[in-house]
Design a binder for this molecule. Structure first.
Ligand code: FAD
Length: 568
């Protein structure tokens, strides 16, 4: 029986990271549930055993059910019948299998029927599901939405909705509208409060909503009359009760992730409940929701890269030309080495980011139960800042690499890669959305650039630099130190220009430079713990170094007066 968890030792490796005992202890509140719930973890080893047992089940469902269904789901897609979505047959089968195995609500507290898993194994599960079918990963992954309910909603709302998520009811996040895409401050869907009934009602249109006919919907809506910006928006939860107040007007006919229904929705007097406080919808709750979803797209991207690597590798070993397997040609093995290095680099960044999120979210939870000590508070702030800085970096790099890897996977297949006979054609189409939704790569740069200016990345790079390594890795570390010097010079040069437009223009190059150095260090630290990462560390540092030099050369020679040449 094949198993996507057991066939990939790089995942188990992440569970042995030195920060895991801290993450598990914080998440389990020092194992306070152990006498309250039959399946609660007794100690750290027991928690890791539980994670592994569940990941093995997911790994098997992915390999045996979801991946084999991916081709037919891609062909069949969902349909709209009477304003309702009907999933493709395979999608329904995937959903039922995960539901029966109790794999919804993984990160939710036990009191709501969840497994109370920390984010690391949850994100790992998302990676596995995406490797099997990136489109289906959306439907399963939208259980993320429950996190914002658990964090910000009243106890009544939590009790009403969270057990339903654990039982396998699905969610959607309804933010985008025709005139509000990257700029969510422009959202117009109206929320009106009926004083007499004490109920909010939603009216308006949403578009591009993944799994738009979900049972539980989180909706960003304008609750404050006369406002036009983000401060007039609130966050609501609506129960899609099939009473025709939410209609699926159509589903989009898309390039990829065909099994994931992307819906246009009409809300007509839909009853809804306010989550948290009014006016904080975009500023607080949607930001938190999107950060979780960006981590999810990071996992989805890494999963897709893993699929691209395995397809490309298998084909390159099998296909013979000029009397030998094509994998023996340098041009082909270099492509494979780069796919692998970008996969390993983005995975290293994925789990590093996830650990930051795990620690700060755990403190956030503890803070609702008791006052944090001063040292805990400082730790919380540090991890939160790192999570803020690394999330956009992850989302941008992992999604761009998934696209590059899917592109190279097709290239390795030659003409066959262009045909529907091989999975790589689907991977190539599925990858394309990853750099667009949950904030485009350009918007990730907007979020990341302040961490270039304020030095968050540099501080983290210095911490990585200071870690103990085996002597054999010293030369690579020195190359990373030289790349960091180049990065610092480029940042200084762009900052000194005091030209805001030029700063925005150079931002992507600066963010990418930081990202290459961070991922180089992470791979080196991984290689120091396990030899299976040594090759990728070397290949990635070669690649990242060339990219850093290229960007530095562009910045060094660029005169901001040339900006005019770039305008249409
Ligand atoms: C398949 C699919 C599924 C989706 N699922 C959901 C969902 O479940 N829920 C939901 O709410 N939404 C969803 N979306 C919407 C998605 O999040 C948006 O499409 C995305 O955020 C981009 O918005 P837009 O399409 O309006 O593009 P625009 O915002 O119009 O962007 C167009 C271009 O301009 C660039 N741009 C815009 N502003 C800036 C800026 N300030 N700086 C630099 N460049 C900028 C962008 O990077 C992009 O290249 C989905 C979209 C798709 C295609």
């Amino acid at each position: 029986m094949s198993n996507f968890y057991l066939d990939n030792p790089a995942l188990k490796f992440q569970l042995s990271h030195p920060l895991m005992p801290k993450i598990v202890a914080l998440k389990e509140r020092n194992f306070a549930d152990k006498d309250k719930y039959e399946h609660a973890s007794q100690d750290f080893d027991d928690a890791i055993d539980n994670y592994e047992r569940v990941l093995e089940i997911i790994g098997e469902i992915c390999a045996e059910i979801i991946a084999p269904n991916a081709e037919s789901v891609d062909k069949e897609g969902p349909q709209v019948v009477d304003n309702r979505v009907i999933y493709a047959r395979g999608t329904q089968e995937n959903h039922d299998a995960l539901k029966q195995a109790g794999l919804y609500g993984m990160a939710l507290p036990r009191q709501y029927g969840g497994l109370n898993f920390s984010m690391v194994p949850y994100v790992m599960a998302a990676e596995l599901v995406s490797r099997a079918d990136a489109g289906f990963a959306n439907i399963w992954g939208l259980q993320d939405c429950a996190e914002t309910i658990a964090e910000f909603a009243s106890d009544d709302i939590k009790e009403e909705f969270l057990p339903r998520v654990s039982q396998g009811q699905t969610c959607s996040m309804d933010l985008t509208e025709p005139d509000a895409g990257s700029d969510l401050q422009a959202v117009q869907l109206k929320a009106t409060y009926n004083e007499a009934e004490g109920i909010w009602y939603l009216n308006g249109v949403k578009r591009f909503i993944t799994n738009g006919d979900a049972h539980i919907k989180l909706v960003l809506a304008r609750s404050e009359d006369g406002t036009n910006d983000g401060r007039g928006l609130s966050y609501f939860v609506a129960d899609n009760r099939h009473d025709h107040t939410i209609k699926v007007r159509r589903i989009e006919n898309k390039l990829g992730i065909k099994g994931s229904p992307t819906c246009e929705l009409v809300f007509s007097n839909t009853p809804a409940k306010l989550v948290g406080t009014r006016r904080m919808g975009l500023i607080k709750y949607v930001m938190s929701l999107m950060n979780g979803a960006r981590l999810g797209v990071g996992a989805q991207s890494v999963g897709l890269s893993a699929a691209a690597y395995s397809e490309a590798l298998a084909y390159a070993k099998d296909r013979k030309q000029f009397g030998k397997a094509i994998i023996d040609f340098p041009a082909v093995y270099e492509m494979l080495a780069l796919i692998k290095a970008k996969l390993d680099a983005s995975r290293a960044l994925l789990y590093e980011t996830t650990r930051f999120v795990d620690v700060y979210k755990a403190y956030e939870g503890i803070e609702t139960e008791r006052k944090l000590e001063a040292d805990e508070k400082a730790d919380y702030k540090e991890f939160q800042k790192n999570a803020d800085a690394f999330t956009p970096l992850l989302k941008m790099f992992a999604s761009e690499y998934a696209n590059q890897n899917a592109y190279d996977c097709v290239q390795v297949h030659g003409g066959s890669g262009f045909m529907k006979d091989y999975a790589c054609e689907r991977l190539y189409r599925d990858a394309r959305i990853l750099t667009i939704y949950e904030g485009t790569s350009q918007l990730q740069v907007v979020a990341a650039i302040r961490h270039v200016s304020t030095g968050t990345y540099l501080k983290k790079i210095r911490e990585y630099e200071a870690q103990q390594l085996e002597p054999e890795f010293e030369a690579l570390r020195q190359r990373l130190a030289a790349m960091t010097q180049t990065y610092e010079k480029a940042v200084a040069q762009v900052s000194e220009s005091k030209d805001n437009e030029y700063f925005d223009f150079a931002a992507r190059r600066l963010v990418e430079m930081a990202g290459h150095i961070v991922m180089g260090h992470l791979l080196l630290l991984d290689a120091n713990r396990d030899d299976m990462f040594r090759k990728s560390a070397e290949v990635y540092i070669n690649y990242g170094e060339a990219e850093v030099v290229k960007h530095a050369s562009f910045i060094k020679r660029f005169d901001p007066a040339q900006l005019e040449n770039y305008k249409a």
